[in-house]
Every structure is written in C-alpha cells, then in structure tokens.
Design a protein around this ligand. Sequence first.
Ligand code: RUQ
Ligand code: CUA
Length: 764
Amino acid sequence: MIKMNMKKTVSLLLGLGMGLSAASAAWSAETLEQVMKRRGLTQKDLLAAAKTYTPTGGRDEYIVISSGGQSGQLIVYGIPSMRILKYIGVFTPEPWQGYGFDDESKAVLAEGRINGKDIRYGDTHHPAFSEENGDYDGRYVFINDKANPRIAVVDLKDFETKQIVVNPFFKSEHGGAFVTPNTEYIMEATQYAAPFSDDFVPLSEFNDKYRGGLTYWKFDKKEGRIKKEDSFVFELGPYSQDLSDAGKGPSYGWGFTNSFCSERYVGGIEKGRPPFEAGCSQKDTDFLHVTNWKKAEELVKAGKVKKAKGMYLIPMKQAIAEGLLYLIPEPKSPHGVDVVPDGSKIIVSGKLDTHVSVYSFKKIMDAIKNKKFAGKDPYGVPILSMKDTLHTQVQLGLGPLHTQMDAKPCIAYTSLYVDSQVAKWDYCKGKVLDKINIHYNIGHLMTMEGDTVHPDGKYLVSLNKLAIDRFNPVGPLHPQNHQLIDISGDKMQLLYDMPIPLGEPHYAVAIKADKLKPEIRYKSGWNSRTDSKSKWRTRAGREKIVRNGNHVDVYGTLIRSHITPEIIEVTAGDEVSIHLTNLERAEDETHGFAMYNQNVNLSVEPGKTVSATFKAEKPGVYPYYCTEFCSALHLEMQGYLLVAPKGYKATGAVAEGQKYTKADYEKQVKTNLETQAVIDSVVAFITSHNYKDFPPVVALVEDATDQLGFAEEAKKKSEEFAAKGDYQNATLWAGQWWQYQVKTADLGLRAKTYLEEHGAKKVK
Ligand code: RUQ
Ligand code: CUA
C-alpha cells in the first residue's frame, strides 16, 4: 500500500505535462455547432452562457450574501457565475462549520435564547452590508430573524457569526436589517404588534396595550459588535410595521418604515369574524413612518430618554413632542420602501395597488416645517398628506413589491409579484421603460450594490417565490429560484436560473468582490467567535491532559496527519473538555474532529482553537477521527477516547501489532532516500524559477519547508532508535519521516504545477 502511494507520487512528480494534450484532442472531437445541436441551444443561449460561464480558477465580480429564509443561515454566491460558495450558520446549528457544536459557537447561539429557551432556527429575511458614507465597506453583514426578533452580526473577515442580539420588546419583526449610511445603527421594525411586556394581555386591549416599534441598534464598527446599552427603540402604534430604509444625502438622519393593517384588525375567524386578510386590507391607505434618528440620538446622549430592559425606549408621547415621528398615508398594503441613491426620494410599492408612489423628501420636510398636517392618528402622531409629499405615482403593473436602483440616474427596477415581471422605469420622469418575465412570482430583486449611494447596475437577481417547472423535480418541496438578469443594455436579458435548496431567501445583497479581504488563517490559538486568543490554545509539543476533580481538560493539536493526543483515558462520570488547536499555516488545511456517540463534531481551520465539552457517562470505547480529507494519510488521523468504569486500574499497556526488523528499517530508509531525491528535483525546479513572484507558491513553499522540518525530526528519532538496536521504533519513526516527505512532495508538486500553469520564468 505504502509502496503504491510512493510509486504514484513519483510518477505524478515526474510525469507531469503528459496527458493534457491527449485530453484536449478528445474534447475537440465535437464542435461547438454539434454541441448546440445536440443540446438544443440557440445563439441567445450561447451568449447567456458566455456571460456567466467562469473557467476553472476564475473569480466572480460580485459576491452575494443571500438570506437563507427559514434555514436560519446565509448563502454566499458569486455573480455572474452563480456558484454557491458557502452557507453561513447564523441562527441554526451548522455541522460543517462546527457551528453550534463547539463551545465557542454555542456561546454565540446562546446569546439568541429567549426567555431561557434555545431557539434553534431563524426566519432570515434581509441581509445588510455595513456602510461607510453610504457605500458598502465590506466589513460586516447583518441579518434579521423575523420569527424571534433578533439581529445577528457576521464578520466578513472570516464569514462567521459573531453576535446575536435579542430584541427585548418585540415578539415579531420584519423591517430589519437595514443600516444607516455609516452603520451608526441597524434598523429593526416590528411586524405583528404585541405587548412590549412579556405578560398576558387579552386582544380586547389591542389598541391600548399592543404596540409596534422600531429599534435603532447601535453598532460599534471598531469592535464589530452591537451595543445594546446604546441602542434605542421607538414605540409605535399597533400597525404591522413592514420594511425600512435609512435616509442618505439630504435625508441623512431620517428613517422610513412602512406598515400594513393600520386598520388594527385582530382577526378571529373561529369566532365567526372575517379573517385577518379581509380586516387588514379594508382601508385605501396605510402609514409610512418617518423617524428622525439623528435627533433621537441627541436626546439619548443628553440623558432625556429613559431606559427599559437594558436599552433606551422612546414612548410615542415623547417622540411626538420632540418631533421625531410622523406618518404619511401610502397606498394599501405596501411592502417595500426604498430610498433612491441621492437620498431625495422614497419609493413605496403597494401590493394591492398597481402604482408605485415616489415621495419627495424635500416636500416631506416642508410639510413638517410648516406644520401642515392632515390630522393625527389615534395616538396623536401627526399625519402629513399624501398630496403634499408625493413626487409622482407610476402605474407599473400588478403587485409591485420592491425597488432597486441602477447605476444610471433615475433608473429603477421594481418587482411585480402578481405579473411575475420586473419593470424597469424612470422615477424622475415617471415612465416605464422595459419589462421582463421571470419564473415565477418575484419577491425581492437585487442589483449590484443596488441600495448604496453608488449602485453598479450591470446585473439584477430576481428572487422568485416559486420555481414550479424550472428544474428537475425533486418532490413536492421545490428549490427556490434565483434568476440572473443582464441589465447593462436597454433591454433586460435573462441569463441564468439558479436553484437554491435552502429555505426561502427573501432578500440578498451584492458587493464588489474586491472590497472583501477575508483571511486565510487565524492567528495561532484563536477563538474566532470572541476575536481573541483562546485560553485553551496549545502549541506543538505542549499537548497535555489536565484533571481537576471530575473535570478533564484535553489540550490537543491537529496537524497533517495526526491528532495529539491519540489516546484519551477518562473515567465514567467525568466531564471532558477537548480543546483543539489547528497548527497548520497552509491555506485550506482545515481539520475536522468527530467522535462516536458524544455529539462532538468540530471544524478547526488553520490557527483556530475550538472546544467540545461533554459528559463521558457510559464506560466504553469511543473512536474519534478527522472529518476533512486533509492529506494522503487522512484516514489514519484518528484516536480513541477510553472511558473506563469507575475503579478500573489503568496499566498503560498497548498491544503491539506488526513486528519490524533491521531489514524493514533499512528498506524504509532506502525508500526515504529515493523520495528525498524526488523532492530535491522539485525544489530545484521551483528555485530555478521566479517563484517568489507568485504568493500562492510562496505559501506552498513555506508549508513544504515546515513539513520537511518535521521530516528531519522524525528522521532523527528513527536514527536514535536504530543506534540503540530498537528496530521496532526505528522502523515506525522512519515511516513517519516518510509521511512528512510525502506531504512535502505533495506541496512541491502543487507549486510546480502552479508555476507551469502561470508561465513562471527560469531565473538561473
Ligand atoms: S420580504 S416577506 Cu418581501 Cu423583504 Cu420578507
Ligand atoms: Cu485532518 Cu483529515
């Protein structure tokens, strides 16, 4: 077996460059025309394919973060390729990332507990990138949970969830997460009104005791965490507040939140009353809420706002008296509210109205300044008239929902849910320019950096609510359908259908890929969830097992291809904490750790330290192993947890398997010396080229040098045992020496291939 691996390595090392030409000859047997005919493709299809196809190693221009709907996760994919890159565990445990399995991430999920209850999912709707001066800065992404009002913070340094905050007042929300232009605050508005207290309040007291609200969560960009204690909440009427958007430019300092069911209808179909849907859509208009967060912040800082449940609460009375809150009628059952890039207008779409309404921020301010109110709502909140504040209304089609902006001024795209179309229109002139059919029933839509002050245009993604017949059937539950549309020309062109098999993604945001600079590895011994050195970190050679009463701490390490310790002995009833540090520095050398029957499953990326704590209740044998195919000897990356019955006396004895002789030792050494010759030839190739001009190769060479250093240590051990005539251990250590050589060769080969594929030049 070992011999075969060796042969394979050598032949790989020496035989490179062969086979490629033979393969391309085989492929060229079929012409482009023939393939088109065979697959029934048109010229238009080919053009669409050429606009999305990304050859191997290619990169996308934009990175999308999409909500994962009720999966409670986020989805990361690229545009234009539509290749999915990652799911990020946020409100839901996610085993691949060890999220919700290691102690560190369990602590993050525990922040999301409500009234002492673990909530193991989230209904995620609206991701939002952090912003600086109204542009994405590529640092954080926020996501809301509609079902259990919470906001999570994901750091784009490592695409990991760092924090979850629970809204202590709300019982339902929808209008989050939307950020103010410098990420001063993250907006989160209620959906279904409920008492702000946790008490029982009968529905007969709905008008007086049930409330809506709008939270402005304070975000500390430097620390990358939400500061609950500096955040404030607007108390609002019990209307079903919906989406929000923050003002920018001239409207900076203000926020806009719409609502439906301003009828304050409470349903009761089982009591013979008409259902919610009838009672919540009777009036012709609902309310757009206009809030002045800048002034609210000043009041908070001046100590004029009282605290409740650990944050500031602005009662409606105070908001009215201070001029922080106004209402404007908006057409029936609105859904999206979107501020245009220059901040001068606010676009609202009504699900039950064929129009979109464009409000003028200037007109809103004039009406407020002149105290030109059309009346008050039942709570005394001043209402501005629609007539005084509208810029224009445009008839777009059936069921307009959400609007996104183009790079070209005044151009916007609005989703038409009922028509299953996207409408391109001019919000300055109030004119429809183009429409395209989508499949089917579009909810949100998204253009590139489409909610910033500098939208990029180029592409649009239609986030469809139904896929119906678009994909191969996989049972009654269908995947979602994200459709990529080219919007660079006058006419929109449909390019690609991407099935998303993970919850219903409501909204997504796309950022220029070059704004993201994620890390390759953590600093050694890093707790990624708290962004600090882990107190459980361990260095090579310092691994240990420490007992403290009934608690056993295992300080272990992971590196190709072994787990240290390989044997852990405890007694039934002990609580065991296994702390593992990945010692790798190489890119993509993640190790996993799974253990039989203990629900232990970890992902340990280079540099990271993670822990798993469990009770070793039952005496028995519990094998553990690495779950990532990290190296040729990955399967051998294993160990045993031995849980002995109470009172068992350990002898420390281990059974010996195969016996080795001097001849075995010499044979292994001969192999190793041959391998070294191969390594030397690869090293000669690399160093005779300008490899230092290629950072990925420099990293590979660094790693290879490490591995060779380990090989040297193992070699020394084998020679020491051989000198003592202990050929058993000498042979085994010589085998270990060879393992490190194979890893070195593997890295060297990767570097050599890279240099050849990237046209490295000979330097000597
Ligand atoms: S959404 S139903 Cu149209 Cu943003 Cu959540
Ligand atoms: Cu580490 Cu497999």
